[in-house]
Design a protein around this ligand. Sequence first.
Ligand SMILES: *Cc1c(COP(=O)(O)O)cnc(C)c1O
Length: 389
Amino acid sequence: MDLTRSLDTEAVHAGREDLAELGLHAPPLDLSTTYPSRDSRAEAARIDGFAATGARLDGPPVYARLDNPTTARFETALARLEGTEAAVAFASGMAALTACVLARAAMGLRHVVAVRPLYGCSDHLLASGLLGTEVTWVDPDGIAAAVRPDTGLVMVESPANPTLAEVDLAAVARSCGEVPLLADNTFATPVLQRPAESGARIVLHSATKYLGGHGDVLGGVVACDEEFARRLRQVRFATGGVLHPMAGYLLLRGLSTLPVRVRAASAGAAELAARLAADPRVGRVHYPRIGGTMVAFEVHGDPHDVIAGVRLITPAVSLGSVDTLIQHPASISHRIVAEGDRRSAGVTDRLLRMSVGLEDVEDLWRDLDTALGSGRSGRTVPNQAEQPA
Ligand SMILES: *Cc1c(COP(=O)(O)O)cnc(C)c1O
């Protein structure tokens, strides 16, 4: 790795270093499910090696559930951007989180300490105990006290989905002691924040969002040290949550424009956050200290009317695409979280979450302005009783 290269340069070159030698410009897409070999003694030895260590195989992957050369390029590039030794890709963000939890539970470490809010399905995965784990929910300053001998992970999101609440990752990492900190970096991306530099041992992404960036690929990835990556590869092989190679190809392509997309959309988001904060139809506006393309805001009128009223902006869940999306977390992204837990995490019924894309900011504002005006309270001055404290 060339430490002198900037993130922007790595985004377009990492994972592609050998292409010129191969006489190629675009990365090859390998769709093989199996790899022929006439030497089954050698294959047996390679399979034994993988089963024992989880180290990446030299040479062809034997079978597509072990590894894939196209996906491996994406993993190499993402690890470079996050500043970690390795990365392991999965079929979705939830498959990636599942593998992290299982990798620790398999060592007898079945307790998770987590800070709300998390993405709705991450919250559900931990709260439901579906994987045989137990969760303790705490505020960031309660982490150290909640850690037990069987704690396998501490999990945080910053900025968090959907409220954009931020935690001090370095302080949180210190309070974890020996327990690995898993930081979901989906919202910030390595362009705005590299949690490994703050002491997070495990950095999770829903690659479906910014890394893909065009709303057409589902994926997840974990950036971490090689030791944990080996466990994750073993879990991935055994449970089968592999990323499709076509998705690996698209995600590698998405990384090359990631810094440009995130910076441009962040400028638009900051401007819209400022206009919303000054608008009498809007209550609290949440925009992260570190910036980014997400804006969360509470409306005085009916949030469902705003969702129904947008025309340029797409009323849909998900985020991180080139076009702007808006959704109502209490109805969609965080519906699966119990109402009381949702509310206490700051996910109120008036909260809307918007992922700002690359459209012209004046066009976006015109659309938002019209949608806000079509609500129950219209352009009238909001009732004082409805003003949040
Ligand atoms: C979407 C999301 C996930 C889940 O990822 P999928 O790719 O949808 O499985 C996890 N964390 C955060 C912060 C998300 O926004």
